[in-house]
Design a protein around this ligand. Structure first.
Ligand SMILES: Cc1cc2nc3c(=O)[nH]c(=O)nc-3n(C[C@H](O)[C@H](O)[C@H](O)COP(=O)(O)OP(=O)(O)OC[C@H]3O[C@@H](n4cnc5c(N)ncnc54)[C@H](O)[C@@H]3O)c2cc1C
Length: 594
């Protein structure tokens, strides 16, 4: 990593700063080490998981446990864990590469995620040395299986509203009672991270072993998808828990819960990216092989449109994921006095990039749903029956918009966290919003940037997208002040604009880097980026108009709408032709072409 990248490694900074395309992490920059761990994960899924999906779906939990242990033996569970605890201590790009591969089985991906992200991560980041020594080696080797118990029947999104209680005893131990819902891996886990309130209001995380008296699990839920993953209630009846089972600090359980979710959201984005890429291979194969009216359906413009659009959205998601992983790694690398076994730099980096993690979760789950829905459509009737995998993928993916914080909650968090950073003086958002207002009032609003050459219009568009963020955020802060959090519709529009701005910029940066590196397929990178930016411009304009109309009236509204039009003014792009080129590449290569 160059020093420029390390200096730039601040969450949200992309919004108010320009980024050098050559400093950005992209899939094209993967090292041999990254490729090797990715290949290990790919071979494991191909050889060990995909052939036994039916047995997993029949709830063969012994087999699931064997697969977890196999993953552990290959080093896949301890990618981010120091060697002292049995891990392989690689960077977040490696985590991303592994998650992309594991996601080719969504059910096993959920099992893996509950172990690696939701159990190992909190113990590594918040555990005492004794807790890490006691639990991490078994979890990282996969001999011990973990589960994460935050949700309850009455508190999902409102996780801090949990009713589970931890009553302090005279000897310092606790007695836990309560019922947790929808717990992934619960049916066969040995260890649970449980959240409960000490003395009625101090939300706290505990490590609870399955063997302790009073821990039981309920029956498996009958789910829409993910049939090969265990989801059960976990019941705690007067469970005696020693004092040293507290994870983190008493009353600071929210820090554990929210930071684990930050990592979980980033990794869910990675899983969705891997799932999208894999589904595109199925779509390409079917579009090439299936004939109607005497020709392959992939030769029809309507199908090419789908394959081209899938490619451009997948490209944007993937570009954004690698960029974010690079930023997180740069932040960790830059941590002063970093100690090998200390989880603090990782914790700080995840907090720093919480906005980007939420963006990854929302964009990832929605791009994947788009791809899987169109994959069903390309398969026609065969997409609706179980003989083809398209049907199962479609069902399995639906939960991605629900867990790890619903997409509604994440949409509220994205602008909310940015505004908080601005108010704390960590991000010069207010100054940038004020400068934009001056610009708007000037007779000739600058077009934004002096870009020329390939992707010049797209680079200008990205600058404009960020200004639209400032325009809407500035109006919202002025209109609502501290009551902004009550205006969920406006916040959600703002989140949509932010997501499109970050994804567009990530696409353009990657395509620019591909051109600068003289990649042989640089023109295809540019095609994908151009389609995404063109579509994003339309979505952004609509979202911004709706938000402005909700906040401003009369002349002020007219001025803001005129500014919006001037900002987003761009020459039309022949996206039909670009999507056709992308689709032909998809069919020629039998899948996602990058
Ligand atoms: C297969 C599966 C596996 C899971 N695994 C785990 C696990 O391992 N551990 C765990 O702890 N939990 C797990 N969960 C639970 C999951 O995290 C919750 O379902 C999720 O957080 C949503 O909570 P809820 O279901 O109570 O929905 P609710 O919170 O009731 O939400 C219902 C709807 O209301 C919306 N909503 C709620 N509050 C607001 C608000 N303030 N503003 C706007 N809209 C709002 C939501 O976005 C949603 O659309 C799992 C769930 C499933 C289905």
């Amino acid at each position: 990593m160059s020093s420029t990248e390390q200096q730039a490694a601040r969450g949200g900074a992309w919004l108010v700063e320009e980024t050098d395309p050559l400093s950005v992490m992209t899939p094209e920059k993967l090292t041999d080490e990254h490729r090797l761990i990715g290949q290990t994960a790919a071979e494991f899924v191909t050889a060990e998981v995909l052939p036994v999906l039916d047995r997993l779906e029949q709830k063969d939990w012994a087999l699931n446990r064997q697969l977890v242990a196999h993953c552990g033996a290959l080093g896949l569970l301890g990618v981010n864990v120091p060697e002292a605890y049995g891990g392989v201590n690689l960077d977040k790009i490696s985590t991303l590469v592994v998650s992309e591969q594991i996601s080719r089985s969504a059910s096993f991906g959920a099992t893996f995620g509950a172990q690696a992200n939701l159990t190992i991560t909190p113990i590594y980041m918040f555990g005492t040395d004794a807790q890490k020594e006691r639990y991490l080696p078994g979890l990282v080797s996969g001999e011990v299986v973990g589960a994460y118990c935050l949700s309850e029947s009455g508190s999902g999104s409102d996780a801090l509203g949990a009713k589970s209680r931890a009553t302090r005893q005279a000897d310092g131990s606790f007695v836990l009672s309560g019922e947790k819902m929808w717990i992934t891996n619960g049916g066969f886990a040995d260890l649970f991270i449980i959240f409960a309130k000490v003395d009625g209001d101090q939300f706290t995380a505990f490590i609870v072993e399955r063997g302790w008296d009073g821990v039981t699990v309920g029956r498996e839920e009958h789910k829409m998808g993910l049939h090969g993953s265990s989801t059960v209630p976990v019941i705690l009846q007067d469970v005696r828990v020693p004092a040293d089972a507290v994870l983190g600090e008493i009353g600071k359980g929210h820090k554990v819960a929210f930071n684990v979710l930050n990592f979980g959201r980033f990794k869910l984005g990675a899983m969705c990216s891997g799932g999208g890429r894999a589904a595109m291979a199925e779509a390409a194969k079917y579009a090439s092989g299936r004939k109607q009216f005497g020709v392959p359906i992939g030769s029809f413009g309507a199908i090419k449109h789908k394959l081209g659009e899938m490619t451009s959205r997948q490209y944007a998601l993937e570009s954004m994921m690698y960029r974010t992983a690079g930023l997180i790694d740069a932040h960790i690398d830059a941590a002063p006095g970093r100690q090998a076994n200390d989880g603090t730099p990782m914790l700080q980096a995840l907090e720093e990039f919480a906005v980007e993690a939420s963006i990854a979760k929302v964009l990832g789950s929605e791009v994947l749903d788009y791809i899987l829905d169109e994959n069903v459509q390309i398969h026609g009737g065969n997409g609706f029956v179980k003989d083809y995998p398209a049907e199962g993928h479609y069902r399995d993916a639906r939960v991605n918009r629900i867990f790890e914080g619903t997409n509604e909650i994440n949409r509220l968090l994205i602008p909310g966290m940015l505004v908080k950073k601005a108010l704390k003086g960590e991000l010069p958002l207010m100054a940038a919003a004020r400068a934009l207002q001056d610009e708007i009032m000037s007779p000739s609003l600058p077009a934004g940037g002096d870009a020329d050459g390939a992707l010049a219009d797209e680079r200008r568009a990205v600058i404009a997208f960020k200004k639209v963020v400032l325009l809407i955020a500035g109006s919202a802060m002025e209109r609502y002040g501290e009551k902004m959090q009550d205006e969920q519709e406006v916040l959600s529009y703002l989140a949509d604009i932010l997501i499109d701005a970050y994804a567009s910029e990530s696409s353009v940066l990657r395509a620019t880097a591909a051109r600068a590196g003289a990649a042989s397929n640089a023109h295809r990178h540019e095609d994908a980026a151009r389609v995404f930016v063109s579509e994003a411009a339309g979505r952004i304009e609509l979202a911004a108009r709706n938000a402005l109309a909700a906040m401003v009236e009369g002349d002020a509204l007219r001025i803001q709408l005129a500014a919006l039009r001037r900002l987003l003014k761009a020459p039309p792009v022949n996206t039909v032709a670009l999507r056709r080129c992308l689709a032909e590449e998809v069919m020629a290569r039998g899948g996602y072409p990058f």
